[in-house]
Design a protein around this ligand. Structure first.
Ligand SMILES: NC(=O)c1ccc[n+]([C@@H]2O[C@H](COP(=O)([O-])OP(=O)(O)OC[C@H]3O[C@@H](n4cnc5c(N)ncnc54)[C@H](OP(=O)(O)O)[C@@H]3O)[C@@H](O)[C@H]2O)c1
Length: 307
């Protein structure tokens, strides 16, 4: 076997992390360590290129930084369920790990923070609705200001909403009630949303890690599809070969719904998704530039709705 020249630490193996693994683990001369809290839950993921490490990102920063410093690439896929401050803590630990690597005379740490989502530079904190989104902006500012000095290279991959989430019943945009389907537009029918399947995010990530894309110290974009809500309704109508009910949730409607229930996270999300920073042109994406074919909304809809 050729020598391993690249060590990746992937934190989290949920919906996203486990979709990354098949792509990362086929990279040549690369070993993937998956950091999770309960190793026993993930033994099925191991193979000669993939091992597990018991790791809790809520742990002491100094220890975590020392662990991260042993790896060339650090990828966070730890999900939404973190406490406030978790993404900032991790970014600071990555910067500390970079410094340790510099002292040891090793290459920069390449850090992919947990920002697999919207364009936080544009959404900001959603006019105060989404403190986590605001914190993500802070992570970007921190990396922009300190990464170079800290011997860290960083890449943020903006993916839009996960394809699976667009069709989640609880999201309320594609609402299935027996045979009846209602498609709802956030803001209006011309408003758009970018979506990417998690498996495809893994594919794009692996190409970035390979060095195929210009991705150093910047935000890059990928998109399985960018569709208007009118196009989404048309696609579903075509796939199901039936009329779908169309309902528009204007910003005003979403605001009054949230006012009834001010702590409802989903209602906050819908309002943020009715605004800007949640879609981009496919032509601006890494997948377009590298000619990587990703699953689009029509193909995904056929997969899960046809029949
Ligand atoms: N752009 C988007 O649309 C978007 C972005 C992100 C997430 N989401 C949504 O959020 C959901 C989750 O996706 P996901 O893959 O990001 O997250 P996930 O499925 O919840 O998985 C999180 C992973 O991180 C691990 N983890 C959690 N806390 C940890 C800690 N303190 N230390 C170490 N590891 C820890 C978990 O391990 P344990 O087994 O220890 O819990 C798990 O393996 C999906 O439903 C998705 O639709 C959407």
């Amino acid at each position: 076997m050729p020598p391993i020249h690249q060590q990746i630490l992937l934190i989290g193996a949920g919906e996203l992390g486990s979709a990354f693994l098949p792509h990362l683990s086929t990279l040549p001369n690369t070993h993937i360590t998956v950091g999770v809290r309960s190793v026993a839950k993930y033994t099925h993921l191991t193979n000669p290129n993939v091992s597990l490490l018991s790791l809790d990102i809520t742990g002491p920063s100094q220890e975590l930084a020392q662990t991260f410093a042993k790896y060339d690439i650090l990828i966070s896929a730890t999900g939404f369920g973190q406490d406030a401050g978790a993404v900032t803590k991790l970014a600071k630990e990555a910067l500390e790990a970079g410094k340790l690597r510099k002292e040891a005379g090793t290459s920069k740490l390449w850090f992919f923070p947990w920002q697999w989502g919207v364009d936080y530079d544009v959404t900001g904190d959603g006019q105060g609705l989404m403190p986590l989104f605001g914190e993500q902006v802070g992570v970007r500012e921190l990396l922009r200001a300190e990464a170079k000095e800290s011997h860290v290279k960083w890449t943020i991959v903006s993916t839009g909403i996960f394809m699976s989430f667009l069709f989640e019943q609880l999201w309320g945009i594609v609402d299935r009630d027996g045979d009846k389907i209602t498609v709802r537009a956030l803001r209006d029918w011309n408003h758009r949303v970018t979506v990417t399947d998690v498996n495809d995010i893994g594919n794009v990530l692996a190409r970035i890690v390979t060095g195929d894309a210009e991705a150093d110290d910047r935000v890059v974009y990928c998109a399985g599809d960018t569709v208007s809500y009118a196009q989404l309704a048309d696609i579903i109508q075509r796939v199901k070969k039936q009329d779908v009910k169309r309902e528009q949730w204007s910003v005003q409607h979403l605001e009054s719904e949230l006012a009834k229930d001010p702590s409802d996270t989903l209602k906050k999300y819908r309002l943020v998704f009715a605004k800007d920073g949640v879609y981009w042109e496919k032509e601006s994406t890494v997948n377009h530039k590298l000619n990587i074919s990703l699953i689009d909304v029509g193909t995904y809809a056929r997969k899960i709705l046809a029949g």
